[in-house]
Design a protein. Structure first.
Length: 399
């Protein structure tokens, strides 16, 4: 209904604001009048011209990349063959989840060594028990004079030697067990296995240390992987934060600093102001690219919904302070008349004055005015289009 009434309202305003006498120009062509009833009809509102720090918006094409701090690149520490894949690319996993079962000759050898050392540990423990028992008997015999105390000392030395041998064997067992754990395999008799249960010889389980999305699977069943492989077997990424990579022109490079705010929108062609994600500059390059004359900028972007994925093209809006203050007005206060940007100030008593503006930085919520207005003046926001129409009618009436 309001849209249908607007042309009628404007015609009434034009008629009311028309100069007296056909073809007679107003005394001051920049001064317009609108009575209280007309102002109420168009919903006229004003806001003061204010001064604030000017922050320029740099609109840059960008690309989404994984955050290295939230990415795990996984391969076994020893060469192994994949016998079963447990995940596929795009699967969601939790920390500790298995990615693949592997077979490794190194693991098989280490498991054999653990089994052998376990027997040695038992033998060493038995030797310590026998030596201690012999020492106790010798001490009893020495007390009633049936045995020399020198023999007690010799047997005490045998106990110490047996204990030292047991400690050496136990250290070897701990080392082999740690090696198996690093290879992703459990030693025989490991916690969580049933008593007497056989451990599959040479089998390891590659697990992820972080939760997230399986970003890459670079192995297939039967493939050989490990330190010598050309690529990581798996890449798991936590997508709660991602990195937006952008290039800033050399002329703007000095204005970009870590900690500055940025926003990201999907698609390199997205319109300014349509940003969906917020981020913060956390690193800038140290060297200008000699070919493009640009500086690389890295922006950490909060991605709680996980919609941003590595490789996506995005539009980055970077908010860089210009280093000074300036006068600003709401965007609704600025109208285009011919090739001029104008605003209208409330002069009181139903009078409004046109001001031709020289604009600077334009943002979604404010526009910098470099020339044409002063701090404290009240510019018309709602209703400025109606005043523009009155002004155009006045200009036509003046020939």
């Amino acid at each position: 209904m309001r849209q249908r009434l607007l042309p009628t309202i404007l015609l009434l305003l034009l008629a009311a604001a028309a100069p007296d006498g056909a073809g007679k120009p107003p005394a001051d062509p920049d001064l317009l009048r609108m009575d209280a009833q007309q102002q109420q009809t168009v919903g006229l509102r004003t806001e003061p011209v204010i001064s604030r720090p000017i922050v320029a918006t740099l609109h840059l094409p960008g690309t989404i990349a994984l955050d290295p701090a939230l990415t795990a690149r996984l391969r076994p520490i020893g060469d192994a063959r994949v016998i079963r894949l447990l995940v596929q690319q795009g699967d969601t996993v939790k920390a500790g989840d298995g990615l693949a079962d592997l077979f490794s000759g190194q693991i098989a050898a280490a498991q054999d060594s653990v089994a052998s050392v376990r027997a040695q540990v038992r033998e060493a423990a038995d030797a310590v028990a026998v030596a201690r028992d012999a020492l106790r008997r010798a001490q009893l015999l020495a007390r009633d004079g049936s045995l020399a105390w020198a023999e007690v000392g010799r047997r005490r030395l045998l106990v110490e030697q047996a204990q030292a041998q047991a400690a050496t064997v136990q250290a070897r067992q701990s080392s082999l067990t740690a090696e198996l754990s690093g290879l992703g395999a459990a030693p025989p008799g490991a916690p969580g296995t049933k008593p007497g249960a056989a451990i599959a010889r040479g089998i390891a389980h590659l697990t992820t240390p972080i939760g997230g999305v399986v970003a890459e699977v670079n192995v297939t069943t039967g493939a050989l992987t490990g330190p010598s492989a050309s690529a990581d077997a798996f890449v798991v990424a936590d997508l709660s934060d991602v990195i937006a990579l952008a290039q800033v022109a050399e002329t703007d490079a000095v204005r970009v600093q870590p900690g500055q705010r940025a926003t990201v929108a999907l698609g390199a062609g997205s319109a300014p102001g349509a940003q969906d994600w917020t981020g913060t500059v956390f690193a800038t390059g140290a060297i200008i690219d000699p070919r493009s004359r640009t500086l690389p900028v890295r922006i950490r972007v909060a991605n709680p919904d996980g919609r941003l994925r590595a490789g996506m093209a995005v539009a980055v809006s970077l908010f860089a302070p210009t280093g000074g203050d300036g006068l600003v007005v709401p965007p609704s206060a600025v109208q285009l008349v011919g090739s001029d940007h104008v605003a209208f100030t409330d002069e009181g008593g139903g009078s409004f004055r046109r001001h031709t503006l020289d604009l600077g930085v334009e943002r979604a919520d404010w526009i910098e005015v470099r020339r044409g207005l002063s701090v404290g003046q009240r510019v018309v926001t709602d209703g400025s289009f109606a005043l523009k129409t009155v002004l155009q009618k006045s200009m036509l009436g003046g020939g």
